[in-house]
Design a protein around this ligand. Structure first.
Ligand SMILES: [Zn+2]
Length: 311
């Protein structure tokens, strides 16, 4: 029952020898969601052994190169490898224009259907299936560049059947699905057996939020209230707060404030400026406010276990 995040790139606009620009893969019960797709993301997918053919949904936070320049290359590779299944892309509507232009100039197209889902400037549910919902919400970056954050929230899971109890009460196989949904069982003699006797509570639902590139705004915490795992950009140290403001980015300290205001379980810092070779200062300033903070490194995997606040 995996809910697992793989960091493909922890750097910002300029990649370094050990930090690629931004991309991540979230695996929610074998659904693979690609979040941003910087240049060389397909190399990172191979390098870290991600089964990239299983990716069916790609979420692009905004149209700056360090978040989408790898998309065309990745899709081209999938096409050459014979992919047939739909690929859903959630992004600024202008990405469709960019891709149409590329296709027109080259006179080529992908061998699989691309389905575009334009992001709006409002908080909204953009994807839903039987186990997870994805919400997008607006952040604050350059004026001409709308940016969205994403929240992945596992749906409430079914109750777990106590097999020995169910067998003892001779519950028919066909009734098991109703037990999982909370129904009581009535025996052929009319005796009511409470659901609590036959099932256990399901494990708590898990959640992950992704917030980059953005100025710090306290009100953004409401979008991700109570999230288990929060990724927040920390492009700069508080020492360079002026640069953060000029570039519409956040400091590590501001990321920690946001995590604290949201009541997050755990904070991951990323999107580091190439100017920092040693990130220990950024980690320290964030941990001073939000102790359960970690730095992201390329290739690192962060799991969210199916128990609450047990990191
Ligand atoms: Zn960026």
């Amino acid at each position: 029952m995996k809910f697992e995040l793989t960091i493909l790139g922890s750097g910002s606009s300029v990649p370094t020898s050990d930090r690629n620009s931004t991309a991540q893969v979230l695996n929610v019960l074998e659904r693979y969601f690609l979040i941003d797709c910087a240049e060389a993301t397909q190399h990172q997918l191979r390098r870290f052994h991600v089964p990239y053919n299983k990716i069916g949904h790609i979420f692009i936070s905004h149209l700056h190169g360090d978040h989408y320049f790898g998309l065309l290359g990745f899709l081209s590779t999938l096409s050459m490898q014979g992919r047939k299944g739909e690929m859903h892309i959630y992004a600024d509507v202008r990405l469709q224009e960019i891709m149409a232009c590329q296709s027109r100039v080259l006179g080529s197209r992908f061998n699989f259907p691309l389905v575009f889902h334009p992001l709006s400037r409002q908080e909204e549910t953009i994807y839903e299936d039987k186990v997870v919902t994805v919400t997008s919400f607006p952040l604050k970056h350059h004026y001409e560049t709308p940016v969205c954050g994403f929240l992945f929230r596992e749906k409430k899971r079914e109750r777990t059947i106590r097999k020995e109890e169910a067998a003892a009460w001779k519950v028919p196989i066909a009734f098991m699905q109703y037990l999982k949904q909370g129904a009581d069982f009535i025996t052929p003699d009319g005796e009511i057996v409470s659901n609590r006797r036959l099932t256990l509570d399901p494990p708590p639902s898990r959640s992950y939020a992704y917030m980059t590139d953005t100025l710090y705004r306290e009100r953004f915490a409401t979008y991700v209230s109570g999230v288990d795992l929060l990724y927040h950009e920390a492009t700069y140290s508080k020492v360079d707060e002026r640069l953060a403001k000029e570039g519409y980015h956040s400091t590590a300290e501001q990321a920690a404030c946001l995590a604290q205001e949201a009541g997050a379980g755990k904070l991951l810092l990323g999107h580091f400026s190439a100017r920092y070779t040693d990130l220990s200062g950024l980690l320290a300033e964030a941990q001073a406010i939000f102790p359960n903070t970690f730095l992201c490194h390329d290739g690192e995997v962060f799991g969210i276990p199916p128990v609450k606040r047990n990191f």
